[in-house]
Ligand binder design. Structure first.
Ligand code: AMP
Length: 417
């Protein structure tokens, strides 16, 4: 037997139908904020992520699905979307500062991580990017969009954490102070954090290792290194979140993994999913366009992990949510009625009803059971007598009521759901 690739999964049945409802929320909520969808290829040049995510990150360092294609080019299954969106925005020159460029996306991502509950090698993200505005209202719009999507999908047990990394200059000053401090305390740090200190020092603040906690507690604080502009930016974000009625906590240790973030960073976390506690996150990434070879463009975005949002939804509800059945199951009794009944089914489908026909030539009783399994709201039945009289029998499956009606007139007896 050949099984699915480790860390990847098949989606079907009630779970898939819950995903499809969530995908509808992605589309409609994004549109309600004026965001347009962008679809990029799943493969990109490896160099895009090396530059756009950063050599020092875990993603580029050890998690990418990279290979040489038959022409000898190094390509990579995308591990995240922001670099690809920025590449496309530069390539098609569609960043206009007026009006702001607003983009959303959804699709599979690939990271060679150790699989566990809520962590997969193929997973899905929905996200959005707001390109061209340096102002805090863009940060807030992005947070608001993510928050609205989570609310509309129906999850509630999460916390929005926000922080600021300050402008690129104040961040650099802080980084220097942090590195000096950490170097002086290097032997108190966990092995992982010693490694991070050299490659990506801000990530040490993110460490969940108990050994690191006292060192982190005494570390220089980022807020003490913020310049006036950075403080004002963050104050505005907080004020606008308050006004929008979006609850959040300020977590001064939140840094996010990537080197190009500045000013606002945020994460949606939950205590409901065990160790995989992040359901999404994002932030401002003004330096990224220049890193990928474009002109300086201020930008802010987020991505949500669809698997984790759906896990949270199922956990909160105890199920995948209400199932929608079909409208009509068409039951032919005997060979003669099969063709005329098929024509009625076609006609009903053209009017927008969902109609399922029996393909097994089974008994009426068996077909009635199938109608039930499909969650049909009605059955229409035609046998030799009905055929001779130009009738069908309509049964309302909820009430059990039956009536014989002219076959040209069936739709008058069907209600829309
Ligand atoms: P990141 O791009 O790492 O900030 O991830 C954004 C979101 O994607 C996270 O908050 C998770 O919800 C989700 N995510 C990241 N990696 C995985 C994974 N390996 N499996 C499932 N979800 C993931």
């Amino acid at each position: 037997m050949i099984s699915v690739v480790r860390g990847m999964r098949d989606l079907f049945g009630p779970e898939l139908r819950a995903w499809q409802r969530a995908e509808e929320v992605f589309r409609t909520t994004s549109a309600s904020f004026g965001y347009e969808e962008l679809r990029t290829p799943i493969l990109e040049h490896t160099e895009l992520f090396a530059r756009g995510v950063g050599q020092e990150t875990d993603i580029v360092g050890k998690e990418m699905y990279s290979f040489e294609d038959r022409g000898g080019d190094s390509v990579t299954l995308r591990p995240e979307m922001t670099a690809a969106i920025v590449r496309a925005a530069i390539e098609h020159n569609f960043v206009r500062h007026s009006p702001t460029t607003r983009i959303w996306y959804a699709g599979p991502q690939f990271r060679y991580e150790r699989p566990q509950k809520g962590r997969y090698r193929q997973f899905h993200q929905y996200g959005a990017e707001c390109l061209g505005s340096p102002h805090p209202e863009a940060d807030v719009e992005i947070i608001q969009l993510a928050y609205s999507v989570l609310q509309t999908i129906g999850v509630t047990k999460f916390t929005l954490e926000v922080n600021t990394l300050g402008s690129t200059t104040s961040r650099a000053a802080y980084r220097e102070a942090l590195v000096t401090y950490l170097r002086a305390n290097v032997e108190r740090l966990s092995e992982d954090s010693q490694r991070r200190l050299e490659r990506n020092p801000l990530r040490v603040l993110d460490s969940k290792d108990e050994q690191d906690k006292p060192v982190i507690a005494e570390a220089p604080k980022l807020v003490d290194y913020l310049d006036v502009e950075s403080r004002q930016h963050f104050e505005s974000v907080r004020l606008m979140l308050d006004v929008a009625g979006i609850p959040y906590v300020h977590n001064p240790l939140l840094v996010r993994g990537l080197d190009y973030y500045c000013h606002t960073v945020f994460e949606f976390t939950t205590t409901e999913l065990g160790t995989q506690n992040a359901i999404g996150g994002g932030g401002r990434y003004d330096p990224l366009f220049a890193l990928i070879g474009g002109t300086d463009t201020p930008a802010v975005g987020f991505s949500l992990g669809v698997e984790r949002v759906m896990m949270l939804l199922e956990q909160e509800r105890g199920e995948w949510g209400a199932e929608k059945g079909i409208d009509v199951f068409a039951i032919a009794i005997g060979d003669a009625a099969r063709l005329p009944l098929r024509l009625i089914s076609l006609r009903l489908r053209r009017q927008g009803y969902s109609v399922v026909e029996d393909l097994q030539r089974r008994s009426v009783k068996a077909q009635m059971r199938d109608a039930d399994r499909h969650g049909a709201r009605y059955t229409i039945t035609m046998g030799d007598d009905e055929l001779a009289q130009g009738n069908v029998v309509i049964k309302n499956m909820a009430t059990g009521e039956q009536q014989s009606v002219a076959d040209t007139n069936v739709e008058q007896f069907l209600t829309r759901p």
